[in-house]
Write a protein that binds this ligand. Structure first.
Ligand SMILES: Cc1cc2nc3c(=O)[nH]c(=O)nc-3n(C[C@H](O)[C@H](O)[C@H](O)COP(=O)(O)O)c2cc1C
Length: 197
């Protein structure tokens, strides 16, 4: 019997970057947005907003910007060149695209950190990623944007944070990745401390 537990979902969720053509019903998009809506935020200030990009022409502008963003990064790091290990320009035309933005005025200031609004948005992205995966979609979050240009395309206030785009659709690949084992990630009492038994 297939393991449908939350633990199995967390382990099996992958970053899927290749998508097939195919309709995603609005009900599924709404269900995925609902997962973002229910993500936690500092004092429940709910700083995250979602832009569901439906227009083919706006998607085309984003696609061109995705290419330009990689090209700019490749100036400093060759892995982003077209033939580099991270050279793939993310597809933002075939899948559904949800841009995720966060309002800095809906944050708390505490002793050292005032960026809780961005943490909250990141948690919303992971919630959507898990929900999309549980519905059988391939998905990936893309942070690789020249953010000011993305904000201009999507009419986002300059002072807000544009976290990136969450894209999901019908998967055309099934990537396999691994993680470091827990004994390399977890220490006990002090860092690096003694390894976890
Ligand atoms: C903050 C963040 C930013 C990411 N940005 C990109 C991105 O710009 N383009 C991309 O293809 N994948 C991006 N990813 C996906 C990661 O490459 C992917 O999660 C990682 O390689 C681990 O693979 P997995 O998600 O399949 O376990 C991003 C992931 C995170 C958490």
């Amino acid at each position: 019997m297939k393991d449908t537990s939350v633990g199995a979902l967390i382990r099996s969720r992958r970053a899927v970057r290749k998508f097939k053509e195919g309709i995603v019903p609005d009900a599924d998009v709404n269900e995925i947005l609902e997962a973002g809506r229910w993500a936690p935020s500092p004092a429940n200030r709910q700083p995250t907003r979602f832009i569901w990009v439906k227009s083919a022409s706006v998607k085309r502008q984003l696609q061109e910007l995705a290419r330009e963003s990689k090209e700019l990064s490749s100036y400093w790091d060759p892995i982003f060149r077209p033939d580099g290990t991270s050279g793939l320009v993310n597809d933002v035309e075939r899948p559904e695209v949800i841009a995720v933005i966060a309002d800095p005025t809906k944050s708390l200031t505490n002793v050292h950190a005032d960026n809780g609004f961005e943490w909250a948005a990141a948690m919303a992205i992971y919630a959507m990623w898990l929900r999309a995966s549980s519905l059988g979609y391939g998905a990936v979050f893309v942070q690789h944007w020249i953010t000011e240009k993305a904000k201009r395309i999507l009419n986002v206030p300059l002072s807000w944070t544009f976290l990136g785009t969450f894209t999901f659709g019908h998967a055309a690949e099934a990537p396999v990745v691994d993680r470091l084992p827990l004994d390399q990630l977890v220490s006990v009492d002090r860092f690096p401390g003694r390894p976890r038994p």
